[in-house]
Every structure is written in structure tokens, then in C-alpha cells.
Design a binder for this molecule. Structure first.
Ligand SMILES: Nc1ncnc2c1ncn2[C@@H]1O[C@H](COP(=O)(O)OP(=O)(O)OP(=O)(O)O)[C@@H](O)[C@H]1O
Length: 253
């Protein structure tokens, strides 16, 4: 579990995060939603240690990350997998080399052990046999799946996904969403997903946190989001008439 306690972040005079108290549960897909500029990325950066909060704590299994020494932070970082927008693959390396990269960096595994792990992860995301292809030879959805395979190569305890659906068609988006959810359950990972995609919220939002102007305004499940009367959440989530129809239909049942 990851927890934030009274977390604040300012850039100069500007306060970007205010009093964020939240919990991201293990074995669940925890979604962070909110308008552009509301503070989602800043919060995530504070959690993974890319920036230091102005005040407050980030607890990994109860231990304050920002109070840890270099070695302890390194141990936590080894347990974090990242899925970046666009996959963030190295274009000059094959799929196999991309997946092997974290294993080369952080493990002393033999070449055979690394290849076995690469093949296992590719198989898990239904991409058997693409080892020797380069990212340019893959579709957007395949790149995302390679990104997921790379993110799980190190058997992470924590998984951060930054807009995993950006640039994907609706069908592929659902496949990627479900893959993230399955992997989260299968390996009991604490998964945090930043998303703008309301389909994802309704599909995999086991825990949804809504940030508005740097404050946590609402938290609940995908079911609860259909029923909430919180004005800001309703304005954000149900901005389109299509989403309003979904809400009305769900609440009539
Ligand atoms: N390094 C920085 N220096 C100054 N201001 C920053 C910095 N990083 C972020 N901000 C400001 O913090 C606020 C929150 O930005 P953040 O990127 O966290 O929002 P976001 O919700 O992730 O937005 P988006 O959905 O567009 O990615 C914005 O007003 C942004 O300009």
C-alpha cells in the first residue's frame, strides 16, 4: 500500500498540491482523475520521488519515502514499474533489448535467465515472437503492450501508468485497461493510473481519486462515481451528453 499524509507541494509561491491524504491499495487499480493542470502528475512525481513535497509524507508500506537514505530509496525504486505515455521504448533497440534493459541495470541474472523472463513477459501480454522487431515496426497498441511487459519485467510491487490509453482506439484501449487490471490482480501490485479516459474509469476504476485545483475532492469506486452528486465530479466526469446518458441509465436500474 502507498499512502500520502498531509502532502503539500508548492513551486515558488504557487501551491499546486494541498493537504492530500489518500491511500492506494495493493492488488487494486487506483485511478487519479482531474482536469488538466489539477496536479495529477505533480502528485505522482512526489510519490515516486522525482520531486520532494514541500510538506507531508509518502508512505510505502508504512515507511516514509522522503525520509529514507539513498540505499532504501533505491530498493523502493527497484520495486516500481512505469508505463509511460507512448510506451517510451528505446527506438534503436529491439523489443527484446528494451525488455532486457531493466534486468541488465538491476539484476545479476544470466543471459538465459534474462531471456526466459523477457519471453515470459512478452507471452503474458500476448506478444510472443516479436523479440527481434524494433518499436517502429509495432502498432500503438503493441507498443503499449511492450511497455507493460517491460514494466513487469522486474516483478514490480508498484506500477505507475501515465495515460495508458492516449492515442489508442477504443477497442485497443479496453484491451490495455483490462491487461493492467489483470496484471494488478494476478501479481497483487499497487497500481496507480493517471487517466483522462472516462471509459477507463468505468472499466477498471476500483479506487478513483478526483483532484481539483490541487485538492483531493472526491474518492470512491467506479460504481460510486455513477451515483455521486459531488458537483465538481459530476461536471468533470459527465461533461459529455454520452456520459450523462450512461449515468442516467445506471441509476435507473
Ligand atoms: N516544475 C514546475 N514548476 C512550476 N510549476 C509547475 C511545475 N510542474 C507543474 N507545475 C504547475 O503545477 C500545476 C499542476 O500541474 P500538473 O502537471 O501536475 O497537472 P496535471 O493534472 O498532471 O495536468 P495534465 O492533465 O495536463 O497533465 C500546473 O499549474 C503546472 O503549471
Amino acid at each position: 500500500m502507498i499512502k500520502t499524509v498531509d502532502l503539500y507541494k508548492s513551486f515558488g509561491e504557487t501551491e499546486v498540491l494541498t493537504e492530500i491524504n489518500t491511500e492506494f491499495e495493493r492488488g487494486k487499480t487506483n485511478l487519479i482523475i482531474g482536469a488538466s493542470g489539477s496536479g495529477k502528475t505533480t502528485l505522482t512525481k512526489c510519490i515516486v520521488g522525482l520531486i520532494k513535497p514541500t510538506k507531508g509524507k509518502v508512505l510505502y508500506e508504512g515507511k516514509d519515502f522522503h525520509a529514507m537514505d539513498f540505499q532504501e530509496k533505491k530498493e523502493i525504486r527497484k520495486k516500481i514499474g512505469f508505463l509511460f505515455q507512448g510506451g517510451a521504448l528505446f527506438d534503436s533497440q529491439t523489443v527484446e533489448e528494451n525488455l532486457q534493459f531493466p534486468l541488465d541495470m538491476f539484476t545479476n541474472q544470466t543471459a538465459k535467465e534474462k531471456l526466459d523472463r523477457v519471453n515470459f513477459c512478452l507471452d503474458r501480454v500476448n506478444l510472443k515472437g516479436v523479440n527481434k522487431l524494433y518499436p517502429a515496426e509495432l502498432s500503438g497498441g503493441m507498443k503499449k503492450r511492450v511497455g507493460i511487459a517491460r514494466a513487469i519485467a522486474m516483478k514490480p510491487q508498484y506500477l505507475f501508468c501515465d495515460e495508458p490509453n492516449s492515442g489508442l482506439d477504443p477497442k485497443t484501449s479496453i484491451l490495455i485497461d483490462n491487461l493492467i487490471k489483470e496484471i494488478t490482480h494476478e501479481y497483487d501490485i499497487t497500481t496507480i493510473v493517471i487517466t483522462h479516459d472516462m471509459n477507463s474509469v468505468l472499466e477498471i476504476g476500483e479506487n478513483v481519486m478526483f483532484i481539483h485545483e490541487g485538492r483531493k475532492l472526491w474518492e470512491g469506486s467506479r460504481r460510486e462515481i455513477l451515483e455521486t452528486n459531488n458537483r465538481e465530479v459530476v461536471e468533470f466526469v459527465y461533461a459529455s451528453s454520452f456520459m450523462q446518458t450512461i449515468r442516467e441509465k445506471a441509476n435507473l436500474k
